[in-house]
Design a protein around this ligand. Structure first.
Ligand SMILES: NC(=O)c1ccc[n+]([C@@H]2O[C@H](COP(=O)([O-])OP(=O)(O)OC[C@H]3O[C@@H](n4cnc5c(N)ncnc54)[C@H](O)[C@@H]3O)[C@@H](O)[C@H]2O)c1
Length: 447
């Protein structure tokens, strides 16, 4: 029996027996749910995170993700799950899952610095027989050409001494219908042993595992999914403008089109795209395409369209204010929902922040209401907005604004109160079509 085969067979047995110790590197929106899911399947799990405050909060069983039941964390901690900032925990692990951010750099290019740093940390603890899986979204080729050389620096070889795979995270924050366990998992590796091990590992706790032939294929799957969304969101936002000129309501069109049982999938208009996935993945894909002498003009056009969406909305706010006789420079606007997405406490790349910024550049005074953000945190794109406080919703407060702009339609907002008190509602999410919003007293414009 070769050494590689014996390492592979030993790890496979310990995974099948749920004896294998797992570690996630990163305990964010992806790493924490994943760590808990692995722990709930009966594996001993440690979560490594550099953020010591987050580590302490998790170990104390506190709610660190708003839509996430804290008893899940408490139960996992009671069952032995531990968060730590001590990197030596990785040496004791058999399976290491890297879930660190992959944002854009200041020049809007892929920023793999977190993956590189995490790779260096893993490399410092790497020992024969471990399986390392990258879950962070990266461009096709990055695991093999960026992460693997870092892991091999100490002399161990991927596919022989340790095993290396890529498995893209498909978490959808705030979505109650699909869980880490029920979302099918793509796994890819460049050698058969790594592929079999990664498939065996995820099959222990994920309903359906889909193996693909290489690391780059698995990386490409994730970028394909997100670029598909990017293009379709741009398309529906473009149609919104054209249909409005034709006197047709895009929301009614999409709802009706969605009744077709094949060949159509609904995408809804909005104020632009946010989060760290949909705006970021197409950049990674496009960047890599250029790197290999190719191009993706349709994806690039969709990106341009989406990037321009907050500007279009801000311009439309100014037009609608003028139509109501308000002087734009003296106007006051209340933005409902500052998070990038409904029912999520995340402002990364939020179009609402970009709109707020554009409106204020026009001289419009803006406030916001968001139950998830009593106070705005510092964000990379808009550090100047840090510390701004959410306005409490009351009929009197709402009536004091020239317009209320719905940027994000959180569930917990009293839309009926807004409907009754606002002079002008500018709705990017069709939030006032829901029955509980009741009758709108002032003017309502879907924009
Ligand atoms: N959030 C999502 O909905 C989502 C969905 C699918 C895929 N992804 C991808 O998953 C990856 C992780 O995203 P996320 O949303 O979980 O990020 P996040 O910012 O919520 O969490 C990342 C965590 O990693 C920690 N970290 C950073 N560097 C570290 C290091 N060297 N060692 C240990 N900990 C470190 C940070 O402190 C942070 O807690 C990204 O590539 C993202 O694109 C995210």
């Amino acid at each position: 029996m070769t050494n590689a085969f014996s390492l592979y067979a030993t790890l496979k047995d310990s995974i099948a027996a749920h004896r294998a110790r797992a570690a996630t590197v990163g305990l964010g929106y992806v790493g924490l749910p994943l760590a808990l899911t692995v722990s709930e399947a009966g594996f001993p799990v440690t979560g490594l995170d550099l953020n010591t405050g987050r580590v302490a909060a998790i170990n104390a069983g506190e709610k660190v993700i708003s839509y996430f039941p804290e008893d899940r964390i408490r139960n996992a901690v009671a069952a032995g799950f531990r968060a730590t900032s001590d990197v030596t925990a990785l040496a004791e692990s058999d399976v290491i899952l890297i879930c660190v951010p992959t944002p854009l750099s200041d020049t809007r290019d892929p920023d793999l610095s977190y993956v590189i740093r995490a790779g260096e940390t893993v490399a410092s603890q790497l020992r024969p027989g471990q399986l390392v899986v990258l879950e962070s979204t990266v461009w096709p080729g990055a695991t093999a050409t960026v992460l693997k050389p870092i892991l091999e620096r100490g002399g161990l070889r991927a596919g022989e001494d340790f095993f290396l795979a890529f498995s893209p995270e498909r978490e959808d924050p705030g979505n109650d219908t699909f869980t880490t366990r029920s979302i099918p998992k793509i796994v890819g590796a460049d050698d058969a042993k790594s592929r079999e091990l990664v498939e065996t590992f995820y099959s222990q706790f994920i309903t359906k595992v889909v193996p693909v032939s290489s690391l780059a294929t698995a990386e490409a799957v994730k970028l394909t999914e997100n670029s598909f969304r990017t293009v379709n969101i741009a398309l529906v936002n473009e149609m919104k403008v054209a249909f409005e000129a034709m006197g047709v309501d895009i929301w009614e069109v999409v709802r009706a089109a969605a009744t077709k049982p094949f060949g159509y999938m609904p995408f809804y208009p909005g104020p632009g795209i946010g989060g760290d996935c949909i705006p970021v993945s197409p950049v990674y894909l496009s960047w890599r395409a250029r790197d290999v002498g190719s191009s993706l003009p349709i994806v690039d056009l969709a990106r341009t369209n989406n990037d321009g969406a907050p500007d279009l909305i801000a311009g439309r706010v100014a037009v609608e204010l003028s139509k109501c006789g308000a002087a734009v420079q003296d106007a006051r606007v209340l933005i409902l929902g500052i998070a990038y997405k409904k029912d999520v406490e995340d402002t990364r790349e939020s179009p609402a922040l970009a709109i707020l910024n554009r409106l204020e550049a026009m001289g419009i005074a803006c406030d916001f209401h968001d139950p998830y953000f009593p106070v705005l945190p510092a964000t990379r794109d808009h550090p100047e907005l840090a510390g701004r406080a959410s306005v409490a919703l009351s009929a009197e407060a709402v009536a004091g604004y020239d317009a209320v702009l719905v940027a994000t339609d959180h569930s917990g907002v009293d839309y009926a109160l807004v409907a009754g008190a606002a002079k002008l509602i500018l709705d990017t999410r069709n939030a006032f079509a829901r029955p509980e919003a009741g009758a709108v007293g002032g003017r309502l414009v879907k924009i």
